[in-house]
Every structure is written in C-alpha cells, then in structure tokens.
Design a binder for this molecule. Structure first.
Ligand SMILES: Cc1cc2nc3c(=O)[nH]c(=O)nc-3n(C[C@H](O)[C@H](O)[C@H](O)COP(=O)(O)OP(=O)(O)OC[C@H]3O[C@@H](n4cnc5c(N)ncnc54)[C@H](O)[C@@H]3O)c2cc1C
Length: 424
C-alpha cells in the first residue's frame, strides 16, 4: 500500500486514510520520535494530534543531556541547537542561598518551537500527519475464546465533529500526562498525577546581559518541589514551580494539597533572582499549570495491537520533572520494538513483551530519581549536597555525571550517601 502525497504538511485538509500500518496518537516528543523512526524504515505511519502545531505545551523547556542524545539519534540536534538558547550549567540553589554550578550539555527551547521541529522531522521522514484530529477510542477485534479484550485493530478518531475509523496493525498512544486516552484504552492503573507544575514566560530587558544558566531552587516554602528560572533568549525567561507528590510503593501517588500560584508567589519572594526578574519584568501570556506523570509506573505499556509511550507511561523523571529526553527515548524504544518484531515476524504478544522489557531496563534510573525526590520534601538536603559539592570537585563531577546519566542520583541522597557526604 502506498500513501498519496500529503501536500499540506499539517494535514488539516487532507482526507484521513482508512488504513495504515501504524497510527501514532500524539505528536509530542514521544510520538514524533516514534513516527520518525518508523517512517524512516518505510513503515506507513499516520501521526495525529488534537492540536494544530506550532502549539504551546506547558513545560520548563529545558533540554538536559538525555534529550541531546536522543535528538542526535534522530538527526535533529543541530536544527534544535540553531534555535535553542545554549546553557553551560545548572545553578543549584539551596534554602540558605548557597549555590553550586553543575556543568552539562544543556539548552532551552520553548516547546512551541521544539515540538514543531520534531513534527516536521517526522513528516519529512515520511509520516503522514493530520491535525487537529482527536483520538476517541480503540477499535478492537472480537474477543478470543478465552474472553477479555480483543486485539486492537485501529482507532476511532474525530475531526471537526465528524467521526472516522482508522484501521491499523498497531496503535501507539503517545498522549502525554492527561489520563483519559490511557483510561479508555484500559492501560491506566493510576489516575492521580505524580506532580503538578506551573510556568510563565517573563521578559525583562534589564536582565538581558545575564549569564545563561538554568537555575533550580529548593526552599522550605517551595516544598514538596522546587522553583526554576531558565533563559529562552531575547531577555525572556521561563520561570516556574513544581510540586512532586509522594509515590507509594504500590505506584499510587498521594496528591498533596498544594496551591501552585501561592508557591509561585513564595518563589518570587524567597529567591532574589526570581524577585528581580518579576519586578520590572513583563509576563508574556499567562501562568499555566499541567500535571506530570513520573516513575515509569501507573500504566501498562501495551497489549496486542497497542503500545503506549512517553509520559503516558510515566516516562518523566521524579525529583526534577525532566521528561523530554525520556519521552523521545521511549518513543524510539516503541518504534524499535515494532521494527524488530516486523523483521522477525514476531507475534504481537512478543512485540509487547520486548517493548516492556526495554522500558524495564530504564527502571533503575527512574527508581533512583524517585529516591532522590526526597530533596523536594526535605530541602535542607540540597544545602548539604551543595555545601559538600563546593568543597569536593569529585562530588561536583558526580553531580554532572547524574545530569549526563553516567552516574546515579540516588547515591547522593541515600542514608549511606549522606553519611559519606558528612564524613568525606
Ligand atoms: C510545568 C512543566 C515543566 C516541565 N519542564 C520540563 C523541562 O524543563 N524539561 C523536560 O525535559 N521536561 C519538562 N517537563 C516534562 C515534559 O513536559 C514531558 O515529559 C513531555 O512533554 C512528555 O512528552 P510526551 O511526548 O510524552 O507528551 P506531550 O509532550 O504531552 O505530548 C502529547 C501530545 O498528545 C496530544 N494528545 C493528547 N491527547 C490526545 C487525543 N485524545 N487525541 C489526539 N492527540 C492527543 C497532545 O495534544 C500532545 O501534543 C515539564 C512538565 C511540566 C508540566
């Protein structure tokens, strides 16, 4: 089967096909990465999103090293860096005001621009993109003799109030943190988010000459989370606060009673750089909040005919809330599982198992970030780590290694790690 050329890259007017090999739902980093890899391998991919791009996505816009690696794999790093604000270090600020600068390969690019680049890249690779098209539910084959849901054979979509059935060998759900699509697909096992965060863009020409750094701030008034200020260029900064809830060992999160607007006000009170940015600064647009799904728990990764990827399966890191890199990475893993299965002629169950095993290989890192999340609840720990890091180049290298994913964050925060910090 071949697709007709798609002259309108956003697919706003093009007729939706009735069949494809893989339907990718959601054109954020996870969906776009998955669609790109599949399309590049010659798979007929339809990529849909309920929004027309470029679109806003509430985010801190920070690209940490895992995002750089994944973008390089996609062949998109150069194009992203041509638009991004490059950054050389993260300044970690503790409740006492003490700070340490952790070097790393970092950048900031508003999601409006990043996600448009990713979507365009998927289209250029051969994915057929249609927006605004909403995923409404799955099409399933009749249940087998053993009962239970039948194999997923496509999806019900809607566009401008008109419903459409699209049959596909596989559907990939990359719908991000909102749970309705995952609940409808029967994959969601935890509805509550792992956290919530709020951000705004502030322009302040008086700060145009400031060194370009990502600033992350812990303070008891920001518990259980942190505040950030990330430069996006043109004297404009992404400023926000996040709160991370307690995730119990059964994977359920206990939503804390947090009013993020009040936390934001506290941030602009307790952190001098935030106060300076806001006084004389102009808020561009509104402060907007969104949920986060972290810890790689709270959802099944798929069932025959269906894979879920990105934040839909909790691919955002606890503790920091960074998730663009891991959304890209898990999107690539989903594509690899489908391509590997196609090459071997593997049954659908084996493809699901391969993908799940690939996700589970990421689990140790997610577990460590979950442990490190205690800094958000006990910000004095940040002061302790900063105090030591200012005296120990080795510890600073390890912190940089955490960012670069070459050393692990949990060791900095375990009881043994803390004792070592005090005694070293
Ligand atoms: C305030 C805040 C700050 C953050 N800061 C950072 C940061 O600085 N760095 C970082 O790495 N991460 C950050 N994150 C996390 C990051 O935003 C997520 O990890 C990332 O967006 C997940 O990518 P994704 O592709 O899985 O989902 P998304 O980016 O959410 O994309 C999902 C897409 O699916 C579409 N969709 C949803 N439902 C449907 C439907 N029914 N039909 C059709 N389409 C649908 C949506 O329109 C969307 O385009 C932040 C998150 C928040 C909330």
């Amino acid at each position: 089967m071949t697709f007709a050329a798609n002259p309108d890259p956003t697919g706003a007017d093009a007729a939706l096909p009735s069949r494809c090999e893989v339907l990718v739902v959601g054109s954020g980093p996870a969906g776009a990465a998955c669609a790109t890899l599949l399309a590049r391998a010659g798979v007929q991919v339809v990529l849909i999103d309920q929004q027309v791009f470029p679109r806003e996505k509430v985010c801190g816009d920070g690209l940490i090293p895992d995002a750089h690696h994944a973008l390089a794999r996609l062949g998109l790093l150069e194009a992203v860096m041509a638009q991004a604000c490059p950054v050389e270090h993260v300044r970690c600020v503790g409740p006492s005001g003490a700070h340490v600068d952790v070097p790393g390969r970092l950048a900031v690019l508003p999601r409006r621009e990043l996600d448009a680049l990713l979507q365009r890249h998927a289209i250029e690779a051969g994915a057929r993109c249609h927006t605004p098209v909403k995923f409404e539910g799955l099409l399933e084959a009749a249940p087998g003799p053993a009962g239970g849901p039948g194999r997923v054979v496509g999806a019900r979509l809607s566009r401008a109030g008109t419903f459409h059935e699209l049959h596909a060998d596989w559907v990939v759900l990359a719908t991000g943190a909102p749970v309705p699509p995952m609940v409808g697909a029967g994959l969601c096992t935890r509805r509550t988010p792992s956290g919530i965060a709020l951000r705004g863009y502030v322009r302040n020409p008086a700060l145009a000459g400031q060194p370009r750094r990502m600033e992350v701030v812990w303070h008891r008034e920001l518990r259980p989370g942190y505040g950030w200020i990330f430069p996006v260029g043109d004297a404009t900064f992404n400023i926000g606060v996040g709160a991370f809830f307690d995730t119990r060992c059964d994977g359920r999160s206990v939503a804390a009673d947090v009013n993020l607007r009040r936390v934001f006000e506290a941030f602009t009170r307790v952190h001098p750089a935030a106060a300076a940015l806001m006084s004389g600064g102009e808020l561009l647009g509104r402060l907007e909040g969104a949920p986060l799904r972290c810890t790689l728990r709270g959802a099944h990764s798929g069932r025959p005919g269906l894979l879920a990827t990105g934040e839909a399966v909790g691919s955002t890191y606890d503790f920091t809330g960074e998730g663009i890199g891991k959304a890209l990475e898990t999107g690539l893993l989903a594509a690899e599982a489908l391509l590997g299965g196609r090459e071997r002629g593997a049954p659908a169950e084996a493809i699901c198992a391969d993908y799940d095993a690939a996700l589970q290989r990421l689990r140790p890192r997610f577990d460590l970030y979950e442990r490190a999340n205690r800094v958000n609840r006990h910000p004095w720990l940040a002061d302790l780590v900063i105090w030591r890091a200012r005296r120990s180049p080795r510890l600073l290298r390890r912190m940089s290694g955490v960012l670069d994913e070459t050393s692990n964050p949990g060791h900095l925060i375990t009881a043994r790690g803390l004792l070592k910090l005090l005694l070293q």
